[in-house]
Write a protein that binds this ligand. Structure first.
Ligand SMILES: Cc1cc2nc3c(=O)[nH]c(=O)nc-3n(C[C@H](O)[C@H](O)[C@H](O)COP(=O)(O)O)c2cc1C
Ligand code: SF4
Length: 418
C-alpha cells in the first residue's frame, strides 16, 4: 500500500491538538520554511508539480508568481474551505482530523507570497470542522506560531476564520471574495485575476485546503520527492471522496497515478451485491459522466480530461445498474438551477429550464424534442458566462444525455404510450 501522506494523522488520537501534531513531526516544514527565502519556497513548490486540488488544477507555484512583482500593496492568502461540490468531503476531514496541517501550510504559503493576513472561508454547514479549526488557530496563536514577529523571525501572520452561509457559488474564487468582503457572493469577470486584484482590491492568492495541506510535506521532503509520487504533469497523492455504489465508500488517499478502476475495485471493494457498474462521475457533480469502458485512466488532471471529463475536486460518484440516469440528471439539474447566482442570462435561464424539462421527462411527460432542446441550450451557453459555474453544469447535461440517450428515449417513448 502506498504511503499515507495527507491522511497520516487521521487515525492518531487527538491529532487535531497542537501537542499531538507537533509530537508527530508537525510544524517541521514551517521550521524549515521560516529560514528559506520566499522565492526558494515558491521554486520548491513549482518543482513539486503540485496542482490546485480545489477544482481547476492550476499549478500552485505558478499561480503564486502572478502577484505583480514589486507591488507594495498588502496581499492576502485566502483558503477556500467552502467545499460545496456535490460528492466531495475531503476538506472536511482535513480540517477535523488535521487542522494544524492547514495552518502550517498557510504559514509556508504566506511566507512564500509575502502575506501577513490570511482568511479561511469555511462553508457555513461545516459547524464541527469550524469549531475544531478555530480551536487549532487559537492554539497556534497561544504557542506563538501566529501573530506578530512569529518566533522572533520578524514575520507577522494573522488568520481570520470566516463562515459562509451555504451558497455553492461562494466556492468560486471571485464569488468567495465578494462574500468575504461582506457583499452578495457574486462572481466577477476575470481578468483581473485575484492574484492581481482580489480581496478588498488587493493581490490575493486563493488556494484550496488540501492544496495548502500538501505544503509542509513538500518543504520537509522536497519538491522532487513530491513530484515523483505522481505523474508527469501532477505530483503527489490526493484525497478522493468516493460515494455511491461501492462496498466501502469514503475517503481514499492514493498517488494521482492511481486509475479510476483501481479506486473503485481495489480501494473501495467494487460494486456491492454482484451488480454491474453503470456510470461514474470522476470529479464532483460538474464533471462529465463516464461509462464502464472509460475507467482505465489515471486520476490526475489529464486522465479524466482524455475522456472529455475532468478531475475537478476528485469527488467520485459511482452508479450501479439500478440507477436511472434520467433521474440522476434531474437531481443534478435541480442543484444547478437552485445554485445559479442569476447574474448571467444563459446560466440563469438554462439551468431553470433544463431542470423543468428533465423533471417532466422523469414524471412521464417527456416530449420527443426534449433531448435535443437540452443539448442545444446547453451547448449554446457554454463559455459565455461570467464564471465557470455554467460550464460545470453543462458537463453533466450533455454527457448524461449523449452517453445514455437510449435510456432517455425509452422513457419518453413509454410515457407517450402510457
Ligand atoms: C462554481 C464553482 C465552485 C467552486 N467551488 C470550490 C470549492 O468549494 N472549493 C474549492 O477549493 N474550489 C472551488 N472552486 C474552484 C475555485 O474557484 C478556485 O479555483 C480554487 O479555490 C483555487 O484553489 P486551488 O488552486 O488550490 O485549487 C469552484 C469553482 C467554481 C467555478
Ligand atoms: S455563470 Fe451562473 S453562477 Fe456564474 S456568475 Fe453567471 S449566473 Fe452566476
Amino acid at each position: 500500500m502506498a504511503e499515507r501522506i495527507l491522511t497520516r494523522n487521521f487515525d492518531v488520537k487527538n491529532a487535531h491538538t497542537l501537542r499531538v501534531y507537533r509530537g508527530g513531526g508537525g510544524y517541521q516544514g514551517w521550521e524549515k520554511a521560516k529560514g528559506m527565502e520566499p522565492g526558494v519556497i515558491a521554486e520548491e513548490v513549482k518543482n513539486s508539480n503540485l496542482r490546485g486540488l480545489g477544482g481547476a488544477g492550476f499549478p500552485t507555484g505558478v499561480k503564486w508568481g502572478f502577484i505583480p512583482k514589486g507591488s507594495t500593496a498588502p496581499r492576502y492568502l485566502v483558503v477556500n474551505a467552502d467545499e460545496g461540490e456535490p460528492g466531495t468531503f475531503k476538506d472536511r476531514y482535513l480540517m477535523e482530523r488535521d487542522p494544524h496541517a492547514l495552518i502550517e501550510g498557510m504559514l509556508i504559503a504566506a511566507r512564500a507570497i509575502g502575506s501577513h493576513l490570511g482568511f479561511i472561508y469555511i462553508r457555513g454547514e461545516y459547524v464541527q470542522p469550524w469549531r475544531i479549526l478555530s480551536d487549532a488557530v487559537a492554539e497556534a496563536y497561544d504557542a506563538g506560531l501566529l501573530g506578530k514577529n512569529i518566533q522572533g523571525t520578524g514575520f507577522d501572520f494573522e488568520i481570520v476564520v470566516h463562515r459562509g452561509a451555504g451558497a455553492y457559488i461562494c466556492g468560486e474564487e471571485t464569488g468567495l471574495i465578494s462574500s468575504l468582503e461582506g457583499k452578495k457572493g457574486w462572481p466577477k469577470v476575470k481578468p483581473p485575476f485575484p492574484a492581481v486584484k482580489g480581496a478588498f482590491g488587493q493581490p490575493t492568492i486563493v488556494n484550496n485546503v488540501e492544496t495548502l495541506a500538501c505544503l509542509p510535506h513538500i518543504i520537509n521532503r522536497g519538491g522532487e520527492w513530491f513530484a515523483g509520487l505522481g505523474t508527469k504533469t501532477q505530483g503527489g497523492t490526493r484525497l478522493y471522496s468516493v460515494s455511491g455504489h461501492v462496498v466501502r465508500p469514503g475517503l481514499v488517499e492514493a498517488p494521482v497515478s492511481v486509475t479510476l478502476r483501481q479506486i473503485i475495485y481495489d480501494h473501495c471493494g467494487g460494486i456491492p451485491g454482484g451488480r454491474a457498474l453503470k456510470a461514474v462521475v470522476p470529479g464532483g457533480s460538474s464533471a462529465a459522466i463516464l461509462t464502464p469502458d472509460e475507467i482505465d485512466i489515471p486520476m490526475d488532471v489529464d486522465g479524466p480530461k482524455s475522456k472529455g471529463s475532468m478531475i475537478g475536486s476528485a469527488g467520485i460518484i459511482v452508479m450501479d445498474e439500478t440507477v436511472s440516469i434520467p433521474e440522476a440528471l434531474m437531481v443534478v439539474a435541480r442543484f444547478y438551477a437552485h445554485e445559479s447566482c442569476g447574474q448571467c442570462t444563459p446560466c440563469r435561464e438554462s439551468t431553470g429550464w433544463i431542470y423543468k424539462i428533465s423533471h417532466r421527462i422523469v414524471e412521464g411527460k417527456g416530449r420527443k424534442e426534449d433531448l435535443d432542446t437540452i443539448l442545444d441550450v446547453a451547448k449554446r451557453g457554454a463559455g459565455t458566462t461570467i464564471c465557470a459555474f455554467y460550464d460545470g453544469a453543462v458537463g453533466p447535461y450533455i454527457s448524461y444525455i449523449e452517453k445514455f440517450r437510449s435510456e432517455f428515449e425509452d422513457l419518453i417513448r413509454s410515457s407517450a404510450h402510457a
